[in-house]
Design a protein around this ligand. Structure first.
Ligand code: ACO
Length: 428
């Protein structure tokens, strides 16, 4: 007999089925709660205890520090796969064969032209605009130039929209950066690999050849893989909810970009570098900033520390810390910021405040250091996160549509005024 959970309320008791995932996670299926109990709901701000869907894409165990994409360990994927293979794996469920990968790459690269009129939209933004705002607007605007991408029901129509956005998004990323740097907007080449193409589009100068550095390619490839999916995080849940109204893929992704922008989520990578720079400018006293982070009357938090689900360590941070050391050594960069980062990490890992609250460095504590070493401007860091997270958002959106999930619409417990009579303005 399958397990049941019992709930007693108002003198009555109710039974709910318990669902078990393939990694033995347990969840109480309360989808019949409201109807069977005559209106009772659950209350869980921040959804710390709420599963919003059943998903076969990513498994993570925050206590044990485990992260798997479609059953493959993140450590193995970061070492052996390339980003495009991971993109395919996340979206379609299996690693591609050589011919599947070739076709996928071909389809993406041949969808990488963006309508010239998009440049006019980009042109209208001030140079000071934050790249995340620009990227979000341009991604949303792509819908207007590709109206057939909205009403996607068949798998074939979904595939077309997916390769379109995978082709055009890196162009938008590159253009967003180039606009900020005052460089001409260019295109890559269909003959280059996905990541190589991104780098060329971002960095090729109008007056010289761009030579790809294999160390830089590998570092970016790894970073994108590590950011590619993270199950039902804030931006992904946003994409799934926006898409659940059957809004098109591109605008659903634009909602995810907005959610990612915040410093408590993807914006943390920019915030980390800004924090490290502020510490350096202040004389490099990490202890002073540690004290600020622990002071409840001070809003300052140690950016890049703590995670909603990883309460032991972030497995991505382990990989990325090693990668940061390697990239800096390979490129011969000595960055005083890295020394401050290492000092902070050491102190935090030994400090009872951080130890008791299980606050460890997360993936973004080190990603910014690598982006910096690759010559990517600080304000672009969260955009790079979005580029990495794109396949995860797409995979989750596709799964939600194929599962025919209902529109996302949480309930609430109302705590406002009860019904009262209207008072005309002259009598208030
Ligand atoms: N610095 C100082 N104290 C912290 C920090 C931090 N970075 N993070 C959490 N705490 C403290 C809180 O003040 C709280 O203390 P209390 O129990 O005494 O009140 C306790 O640790 C628990 O913190 P919560 O905010 O409840 O933890 P939650 O799981 O809700 O938040 C979050 C996780 C948002 C990531 C938080 O740790 C944080 O703000 N970190 C800094 C921002 C950051 O690095 N974000 C990136 C996340 S990873 C990503 O998006 C890829």
């Amino acid at each position: 007999m399958s397990e049941k959970a019992t709930l007693a309320i108002n003198g009555k008791s109710y039974e709910f089925p318990v669902v078990k995932g393939t990694e033995d996670e347990l969840g109480i299926d309360i989808s019949s709660l409201r109807t069977s109990t005559d209106g009772v709901i659950t209350l869980d701000p921040g959804f710390k205890n709420t599963g919003s869907c059943e998903s076969a894409i990513t498994f993570l165990d925050g206590e044990k520090g485990i992260l798997h994409y479609r059953g493959y360990g993140i450590e193995e994927l970061a070492e052996k796969a390339d980003f495009l293979e991971v993109v395919y794996l996340l979206i379609f469920g299996e690693l591609p064969t050589e011919s599947e990968l070739e076709k996928f790459h071909y389809d993406i690269q041949h969808q990488s032209i963006v309508d010239e009129d998009v440049k006019k939209i980009l042109d209208a933004f001030p140079k000071s605009a934050h790249p995340m705002g620009v990227l979000c607007s341009l991604t949303s605007a792509l819908t207007a130039f590709n109206p057939t991408s909205v009403d996607v029901r068949s798998e074939e129509a979904m595939y077309k929209s997916i390769v379109k956005i995978l082709g055009k998004f890196p162009v938008l990323v590159a253009w967003t950066m180039r606009k900020k740097m005052g460089l001409p907007l260019n295109y890559g080449s269909t003959s280059l690999g996905y990541v190589e193409n991104v780098l060329q589009m971002m960095f090729r100068q109008p007056n010289e050849e761009y030579t790809l550095n294999p160390i830089v390619v590998e570092a970016l490839d790894k970073l994108l893989i590590l950011h590619a999916d993270h199950e039902q995080n804030c931006s992904t849940s946003t994409v799934r909810i926006a898409g659940s109204s059957h809004a098109g893929l591109f605008v659903s992704l634009a909602s995810g970009i907005s959610a990612l922008w915040g410093p408590l989520h993807g914006g943390a990578n920019q915030a980390v570098i800004e924090m490290l720079e502020a510490i350096k400018a202040d004389g490099g006293d990490t202890k002073k900033f540690m004290a600020k982070a622990k002071d409840k009357n001070d809003p300052f938090r140690l950016m890049g520390f703590g995670h909603r689900v990883y309460k032991n360590f972030d497995p991505r941070a382990k990989i990325i810390k090693k990668a940061a050391d390697e990239v800096l050594a390979d490129l011969g960069i000595e960055d005083p910021i890295l020394e401050i980062a290492k000092g902070l990490e050491k102190e935090a890992l030994e400090d009872p405040y951080f130890v008791e609250r299980k606050l460890y460095p997360n993936v973004d504590f080190y990603s910014g250091i690598i982006y910096r070493a690759l010559g990517i401007p600080t304000e672009m860091f969260t955009v790079m996160f979005a580029l990495g997270r794109l396949p995860g958002w797409i995979a989750q959106w596709r799964e939600m549509r194929l599962n025919k999930e209902p529109i996302g619409r949480p309930r609430q417990i109302y705590i406002g005024k009860t019904l009262r009579p209207f008072i005309p303005v002259e009598k208030r």
